[in-house]
Unconditional design. Structure first.
Length: 277
């Protein structure tokens, strides 16, 4: 009886199977800390380094009980962490420099757009066009809204002499601001049209935009590759078409000069104010 008890005691040993999932948990936690510690703006180089760190963490095939191999893995992961941290610091410095540069260019561009806006406002005041033209400067563009009665006869797309003179004046101002993309958009009210010349408001608005665009290009000697026109018909109203006043607002031509710098954070950090003339 005594021998059997001693034999059973001899066969008993601690159950160490819990060490395997415990080791996996520690590895996952270490990998998580690596990601959190190195988190910053991700570029291709940092992503590759992070991938290598994960590869070390998950594909090493090491057991916790293998002490020598475990220590090597920890050293490798520590080095990977240091590399990621240094890369993150450099990336933040680089991103900060780019943001500052973008903000500087955006501010310089804003001053140019404000100068163009002021020139247009002065022209509008001098020629008593305050009820026919509107200027809006925002974070993305300088928008010139021209009422159709300042440009065309009803149902027509040919520019009046006064409209051509206006187009020439705007084109000559744009000549001093080369390199910007310009969009000319035509709009109508919702009253249908069906003539031999225009089957619908789409054709009417498109032809009006094209005709005004041509005057701008010729007068300002603009790069045709940077100027485009679009006719939207009645489908982008800015007012209610149920009233004569609303329909008059919807019949318009818009000239949009697009800003080059689209870094939203840099541009929105500036104090941009629109001007309605």
């Amino acid at each position: 009886m005594s021998k059997r008890r001693r034999h059973e005691e001899h066969e008993e040993h601690p159950n160490e199977t819990w060490l395997v999932p415990y080791a996996d948990l520690l590895t996952l936690l270490l990998a998580l800390f690596i990601v959190l510690y190195a988190m910053s703006s991700v570029d291709a180089q940092k992503f590759q380094e992070m991938r290598q760190a994960f590869s070390i963490a998950f594909n090493s095939g090491l057991g916790v009980l293998d002490q020598s191999a475990a220590f090597v893995s920890v050293d490798q992961m520590t080095n990977a962490t240091d590399t990621l941290r240094m890369s993150g610091s450099k990336g933040n410095a680089r991103d900060g420099g780019n943001s500052t540069e973008a903000a500087r260019h955006a501010e310089q561009e804003l001053h140019e757009f404000e100068r163009l806006r002021d020139q247009l406002s002065q022209y509008i005041q001098q020629n008593n066009l305050t009820t026919q033209l509107d200027i809006q400067l925002n974070h993305s563009s300088l928008l010139i809204v021209i009422s159709d009665n300042a440009l065309f006869a009803s149902g027509k797309a040919d520019l009046t002499p006064e409209a051509r003179q206006l187009g020439v004046a705007i084109g000559e101002m744009l000549k001093n601001f080369p390199g910007y993309e310009i969009m000319v958009d035509g709009h109508t009210d919702n009253r249908p049209i069906n003539t031999r010349e225009f089957e619908s408001n789409y054709e009417l608005s498109a032809k009006r935009a094209i005709n005004f665009m041509r005057v701008l290009i010729e007068a300002g000697n603009l790069d045709p590759g940077l100027v485009s026109s679009t006719g939207y018909g009645e489908f982008r109203p800015v007012a209610d078409n149920d009233t004569p006043e609303g329909r008059a607002k919807n019949r318009r031509v818009e000239v949009k000069i697009l800003r080059k710098y689209t870094d939203t954070e840099a541009v929105q950090s500036l104090n941009v104010s629109g001007a309605n003339s």
